[in-house]
Structure formats: C-alpha cells, structure tokens
Design a protein around this ligand. Structure first.
Ligand code: FES
Ligand SMILES: [Fe+2]
Length: 441
C-alpha cells in the first residue's frame, strides 16, 4: 500500500459551505494505513499531512492551534510547517537551537480531481506517477468525487466491486419503475442498444439474466478487463465491460455517458474509505445535486453511513418481499454493497467460504495480490507502481454496458466505447487536459 498515492480526504472536506469549522480552522484528523495523522491547510493554501503525536512529548497535534505558518501544539507551543519543519519552541528561551534539530514526519500531499492524495513511502523516496486515467483527465466540470466509510477490511470491500455476478441478485429491483429522482443512480439507466427497438434498463437485464459468462484478462500488468456476457436471445448478447486496477480500484459504467472509478482505501485493517470519481463523457455533471443526494445517506464530517450494523442496515422484510431482493432501500445501491461487505464481519473468515465459477475474478485477484506481496518482499516493484512514461501510457480504461449482436459483441462494445470517447470534448485535447495540480510535495 505504500507503493501508491493514497486518497486521504475530499477537497470538499475543507469547504466551509459543507463544514463551517473549516472557515477558521482547516484542520482534520485522518487515519490511514493504521496511522494517526493530522491534515491541515496553511495560510498560503498549502496542505500538510503530519504524524499526530507531537515530537516534543507526544500530545495530539489534531488539537493544534491553526496559524498562518503552520500548526502549533497547545501543550508547550511548538509550531510545525506543512513540511514538518519545527518553526518555534517558545518555552526553550532565547538562543535555543533545539528547533533546528527537530522535524515531524510529514507526507507529501497532492490534489487530483477533487481529492487530496498522500504518499506514505519511505522518507526521501520518489512517489510513482498517478496513471492518466479518464477519471484524472476530466476537467472539474465533468468530474465529481465522493466517499464513504465502511466498517470492514479494504479487500472484501474491493471484492464486491469486481464481482460481476452479484448485481443480478444484491441490486435487483423486483420492478423497473421507481418514484423520485434517480439522477446518477446505478443500474437504472438503459444499456446501450436495444432489443427489437425496446430500450432495456440495466436492472432488467441483471434481473432476467442471472448467470453470466464471465471472462477476465490481464491486459497490462495489474490492469484486468472483466467481461460479463448475458445472452438475451439468439441474436443478442448483453455485454458489461469493467476494469480492475491493482491494488484496489475498479472502473465501471454508471450510464451510457458516465463512469465510476472507485478506490478502496485502507484506514486500518477493519475500516475502509471508498472514494468514487464520477466522470462524464458528455454533459457537465450536476455536482450540487449529486452531492446533496449522496449526503442524505451519510453523516459529516467523517462520511459515516447513517445505516449500518447498528440498525440492521435499515432492513425491511416487507420491502424484501415486494420491492427489492435485499430489502434495504431502492434509492441507494451503495447501501446494498455496504451490507454485503460489512455483514461478513470486519475481516471475513475466508476459511469458511466456498468459491464457485462465478467467483473466478475474485480468485484471480487474490492470486495477483499474493504474487505482488511476494514480489515486493523480494525487493521487486509492485504492479501499478508506475514511472512517468508508464503512467502517461495508462489511459482509459473503457467501460461499457450494451446489448450487442451476438455474433460480433466484441467489436460492438469497442465501437460503442470509441463513440463515447469521441463525444467527450475534454478528451480531444492532449495531456494538457490533465486536471492535476500539486498542492505540496
Ligand atoms: S507536547 Fe507538543 S509542544 Fe510539548
Ligand atoms: Fe454492487
């Protein structure tokens, strides 16, 4: 995990409109990879991420006084800049040089597509580049980032997203109509293409064709294409193409024009933040609406779901009998996934599971993970730890949900994906479209 930039906060979390405390004190406590950290923005707008225990006598810097030049420990007034330099040790008196000999561990932070990423590699090491994914290339108008906390290990969180069989069950609506505004909701949109002139919502395909043929292929080191084929009739096949990027990112279609790139970031062994990047290949996204809808299911400032184990995830047996397969609401399929991964327990006991052929992507992913761990332990480079050239070459990846002629489904989805890319104005520029800016390295 220390071979990759890790999302540590949404830029939104520093927006006083969402968290009024940020207007006067842009300081957040952060936990990542089992470490306690403090994230703050100084008076010049630079972000710093520091270990939380003050290097003097260990008091918690998350309670620090926010000053334009940095964060000051309230115990004895030591002050730290965003890069960890100690700026003052006021109790030491005139002439003390102690300050010059103290440095708090700091972690490089960069902003990308509405998210602050941090680098937790060894001191002085060079971070890899972020790949040139669509999610990172789209301009702010066409991208939206959101996150949420799950009370479970990151791997089981990731394994739900790369499981092409589960939408037929876990996310099944017993009927297609839905009241209310489903803007940006998964599986409600129609698949690309038609069945005898009729548009089919993804949810109908999933409900009526429950046993997909699953294919997976590592198309580049650490990049897996997952294809699920569902036969519609003699002439038509439903094709769903998604991708998994080592170690914990999937890229899936939300609709004909929007994709979701979702990362599963380890807070510690038993907590995970999912970070979703929504990317539009067509019109700008209505971020205000998307954010407001999603915030209804979470509590700020920590993006903790309102439903969970404490209330049986809002389970309603009557809904399960009449409206949905699961019985945990129609509005937010994220809650379905939350139940799946949290109800296994914080760390699933995998000695008790029985994998079938529909789990072959999960098996392949576990083999890849074990191999990568071994590779890194022997001093090798981890998959997806990219140098600049490799990162620039890793574009896309395409996603598709379409109904294709059975005899040429492979060509059909590729053509549909190319047509989608051709419509994206922001892709016609070159790498200059990169919406990247570095806050502090
Ligand atoms: S413990 Fe922080 S200044 Fe003394
Ligand atoms: Fe799901």
């Amino acid at each position: 995990m220390r071979c990759y930039w890790q999302p540590v906060a949404l830029l939104d979390e520093f927006d006083p409109a969402l968290d009024p405390r940020m207007a006067s004190r842009p300081v957040k406590r952060v936990r990542m990879l089992g470490q306690d950290l403090v994230l703050f923005r100084d008076g010049t707008g630079r972000y710093g991420l520091l270990d939380r225990d003050c290097p003097h006598r260990g008091a918690d810097l998350a309670f620090g006084r926010h000053e334009p030049e940095g964060l000051r420990c309230p115990f004895h007034g030591w002050k730290f800049a965003v890069d960890g330099r100690c700026l003052e040790t006021p109790a030491e008196g005139v002439g003390s040089t102690l300050c010059a000999r103290v440095r708090q561990r700091s972690y490089p932070v960069r902003e990308q597509s509405g998210v602050l990423f941090a680098w937790f590699g060894p001191v002085g090491s060079t971070p890899p580049e972020l790949p040139a994914l669509d999610a990172f290339r789209a301009p702010p108008s066409h991208s939206f980032a959101f996150k949420g906390l799950w009370h479970c290990n990151w791997l089981q969180a990731f394994e739900v997203g790369i499981d092409p069989a589960h939408p037929s069950f876990l996310h099944r609506y017993l009927r297609d109509e839905q009241g209310g505004d489903a803007y940006g909701r998964q599986f409600r949109a129609a698949s690309v293409g038609d069945v005898n002139g009729e548009r089919w919502p993804m949810t109908r395909v999933m409900r009526e064709r429950t046993s997909p043929e699953i294919r997976h292929e590592e198309i580049a080191p650490g990049l897996t294409r997952i294809t699920a084929l569902r036969i519609i009739n003699d002439h038509l096949t439903h094709v769903r193409v998604t991708h998994a990027l080592f170690p914990y990112t999937f890229v899936i279609p939300l609709s004909e024009t929007v994709t979701i790139t979702q990362m599963h970031v380890p807070v510690d062994d038993t907590h995970t933040y999912w970070y979703s990047f929504f990317t539009s290949f067509d019109k700008p996204l209505d971020k205000v609406t998307m954010r407001a809808q999603r915030l209804q299911g979470l509590s700020l400032p920590d993006y903790v779901p309102l439903h969970g184990a404490h209330d049986d995830w809002g389970f309603d047996p009557e809904e399960q009998r009449t409206r949905t397969y699961l019985g945990m609401g129609e509005e937010d399929i994220n809650r379905h996934d939350q139940w799946a991964v949290e109800s296994m327990g914080p760390i699933q006991d995998r000695t008790r599971e029985h994998l079938g052929t529909s789990d072959k992507v999960i098996m392949a992913n576990r083999r890849m993970l074990l191999k990568a761990i071994e590779q890194v332990q022997q001093g090798g480079r981890a998959p997806m730890a990219l140098d600049a050239e490799q990162a620039a070459a890793l574009t896309g990846p395409d996603t598709m949900d379409c109904i294709a002629p059975a005899d040429r489904w492979d060509a059909f989805w590729r053509e549909a994906a190319a047509a989608k890319r051709a419509r994206a104005a922001w892709l016609s520029g070159s790498a200059s479209a990169l919406a990247s800016s570095e806050a502090h390295r």
